[in-house]
Design a binder for this molecule. Structure first.
Ligand code: NDP
Length: 330
């Protein structure tokens, strides 16, 4: 029986306790594909799971990790063979199924994406769910016909995981990217990723009772919600779109119908979790080809399982910038 290390979250009277424990692959749930995990990553949702949030994970003790990339060691699935390099993100991984913060996962074949040619396992997990979602947001804007000629594109929560990759992808595609951030000391970081301008989060956070504001943004990617999203919608130019995927500020936003019926603007919802595998695979292939980023390492720090607990606290303290790669073999 193969033993492996896993990050372990237990609920107790004081909240949650974190530890690294030894597990056995026979402890893993049924599934067609057993993967030896090389890398995972840290996303906002992982932090919620590790803090015991029932909206993400119902049953504890639990091993979070909504992302995993590694090598298949056993497969009962047609088309997936031992030795294949694969990516697993979304669906139930790391929510109520033991996730990528364990050195092995066992999952249904329908969750498994073959690693695209031209991408390493490391790159796939620097991207992770956050970067993958940024790519979905950019793809939705493109489906609406967005081009660099339309004008400036705003990215909110720009130093975060979704934000950093969104800035880099839009800049690669030639857009004039305006990054909105609460971290004044990260202006240089955002410019290195490709932001043409950086503005303070407070510029968008103030409550504005007017139904519309000056036409400012051709398009936007928003992962924070709340008052910021309300203001982004009011400030979209005629025909503009905002792709929305997150709620770090608030799940609520307010709007009147006026920007929609007078300026023809669009709110585009983006979900990476239940997106059908075939569509996930298309997006991963884009990230290895026309959306391939050559500056992924510049937004990344690498940690091991024993560093996870501290990083999760940093997320809630708003101290994290860019992507955190978890090396499971460290
Ligand atoms: P991160 O924690 O990496 O980034 C979030 C960023 O938001 C922070 O870095 C910060 O950026 C900004 N921020 C933090 N707190 C606030 C606040 N109170 N008000 C405004 N801005 C704030 O998270 P991720 O990038 O991993 O995820 C971002 C969001 O996207 C989350 O809500 C997550 O659940 C969601 N998400 C949704 C997915 C989907 O499928 N729909 C998939 C992946 C993520 P700065 O300091 O630069 O402003």
């Amino acid at each position: 029986m193969t033993e492996f290390n896993a990050f372990w979250v237990e609920k107790n009277d004081d909240g949650v306790a974190h530890s690294i424990i030894t597990r056995n692959i026979s402890d893993l749930p049924a599934g067609e594909v057993l993967v030896r995990v090389s890398y995972s990553s840290v996303n906002y949702k992982d932090a919620l799971s590790a803090k015991g949030m029932p909206g993400v994970t119902r049953n504890y003790p639990h091993t979070p990790g909504i992302d995993a990339a590694g090598v298949v060691v056993e497969s009962a699935a047609e088309g997936i063979s031992e030795g294949d390099e694969v990516i697993v993100i979304g669906f139930d991984l790391g929510m109520n199924t033991p996730g990528g913060y364990g050195q092995y996962i066992r999952v249904p074949a329908g969750w498994v994406t073959p690693l695209p040619a031209g991408m390493t396992l490391r790159e796939s997990m620097i991207i992770g769910t956050a970067g993958f979602t940024a790519a979905l947001c950019v793809g939705k804007l493109q489906q609406m016909g967005a081009t660099p000629a339309d004008g400036p594109v705003l990215v909110t929560g720009a130093t975060g995981g979704v934000g950093s990759v969104a800035v880099a992808l839009l800049a690669k595609l030639g857009f004039h990217v305006v990054a909105s951030s609460g971290k004044a000391d990260k202006t240089e970081y955002l410019k290195t990723l490709g932001a043409a301008e950086v503005i303070g989060r407070e510029e968008l956070a103030a409550e504005n009772k007017r139904p519309m504001a000056a036409e400012t943004w051709a398009h936007a990617v928003d992962n924070v919600g709340g008052e910021i999203l309300s203001n982004v919608i009011k400030g979209l130019k005629y025909g503009g779109s905002v792709a929305i995927c997150g709620l770090v500020a608030s799940p609520n936003f307010t709007a009147t119908v006026l920007p929609f019926i007078l300026r023809n603007v669009n709110v585009l919802g983006v979900d990476s979790v239940e997106l059908p595998l075939a569509q996930k695979n298309v997006a991963w292939n884009r990230l290895a080809t026309d959306l391939k980023l050559d500056n992924l390492e510049s937004m990344t720090r690498e940690i091991g399982l024993s560093d996870l607990s501290g990083v999760i606290d940093e997320i809630f303290a708003g101290q994290v910038a860019g992507r955190t790669l978890v090396n499971l073999q460290k």
